[in-house]
Design a protein around this ligand. Structure first.
Ligand code: ASP
Length: 326
């Protein structure tokens, strides 16, 4: 049994890990503590202890997760921060990478392990990956080498700002498109070198936790594609309520500069002060804005390159730190 200093708080928000089958498919189900007790058995339970479970009243499929839910998780962590050595957030996989990224931005001054995890197969079902994810997440949540928000899944520990859901059916569902995981749960926990931080990364000098409502109505995502309509461009770029747009461009940050409506709308949005972040829609690699003539106007317009950041990281950063971009 671990000592009291190693006490963990497991926050259960819903997701496949605790779901039960229903006539309409898997649904969130209450009672995570009993489920853990019955599925783990005495020996594994002893490995996981000491821990407390905090279960959200409204358990959700994470496809329904909203910025207010991230805020609720962050609040629970901040209320219980002094009492626990580390935190495990049990969450659905669909939007897990957004939640992890958002928590990373909200809890900037955090120095304790906060590990977001879940499973592809419910804990109650045969061949479930829930127990190994939970037990490994607990090992990382007690590790002195972790002092940040991370996502653990399928043997790999990822930094919250560098992870995405990469597969809908494989048990190793997450990936770091640019760079390697922070650690792997092999026979031992094997840690790797920290990743270099992008120059756009959050301001580490921010004080305390940022737990105010998020500016999610002010942020839009515009996916470019051949034949995009003026209406879609206008909806993303010219809405007066929009203060920041993440533009998913081609390759190294290119766009159809022959599309006059698009170019004019970008110009208009920038002249109003709208922040535009240029992100590649490629799975891996970075934006090199201006490497091609078709993308070079973006430099003149003051469009910001997302470099190799993930969509989850940029969108949640804009929700939380919009003022810093304006
Ligand atoms: N739809 C589920 C959720 O995100 C999927 C999962 O947990 O794996 O809550």
């Amino acid at each position: 049994m671990q000592d009291k200093q190693q006490q963990l708080l497991i926050i259960y928000t819903g997701g496949t890990i605790g779901m039960l089958p229903s006539a309409e498919g898997y649904r969130p189900s209450a009672g995570i503590q009993q489920l853990i007790n019955s599925c783990l058995g005495e020996k594994l339970l002893a490995q996981l202890q000491p821990f407390h479970c905090l279960e959200f009243e409204q358990l959700i499929d994470s496809s329904n997760a909203q910025p207010r839910d991230w805020l609720q998780i962050a609040l629970r962590i901040s209320e219980n921060y002094q009492k626990y050595a580390g935190f495990i957030i049990l969450h659905g996989t669909d939007t897990m990478a957004y939640t992890a990224a958002a928590l990373g931005h909200m809890l900037g001054k955090n120095t304790k392990p906060i590990i977001v995890t879940g499973s592809q197969i419910p804990m109650s079902q045969p061949r479930s990956d829930a127990l190994s994810n939970l037990i490994d997440a607990a090992s990382f949540a007690r590790s002195a080498q972790i002092s940040q928000v991370c996502l653990y899944f399928g043997g790999k520990l990822f930094a919250a700002d560098n992870v995405t859901k990469a597969h809908s059916s494989q048990l190793c569902a997450f990936d770091s498109p640019n760079g390697q995981p922070l650690a792997r749960a092999n026979i031992a926990l094997d840690f790797y070198q920290p990743q270099p931080e992008s120059s756009l990364k959050k301001d580490k000098t921010q004080s305390g936790f940022q737990l105010q409502p998020l500016a999610h109505n002010a942020v839009a995502v515009l996916m470019l594609y051949p034949g995009i309509s003026d209406a879609i461009i206008a909806a993303a770029l010219l809405d007066k309520a929009t203060k920041a747009v993440v533009m998913l461009s081609f390759g190294a940050g290119n766009l159809a500069d022959c599309n006059r409506y698009l170019m004019q709308s970008l110009k208009e949005a920038r002249s109003r002060g709208t922040v535009i972040v240029n992100m590649t829609q490629c799975y891996g690699g970075a934006v090199a804005q201006g490497a091609y003539a078709v993308g070079s106007t973006l430099n003149k317009l003051g469009v910001i390159s997302a470099k190799s950041r993930t969509l989850e990281d940029v969108v949640t950063d804009l929700y939380i730190n919009l003022d810093k971009y304006l």
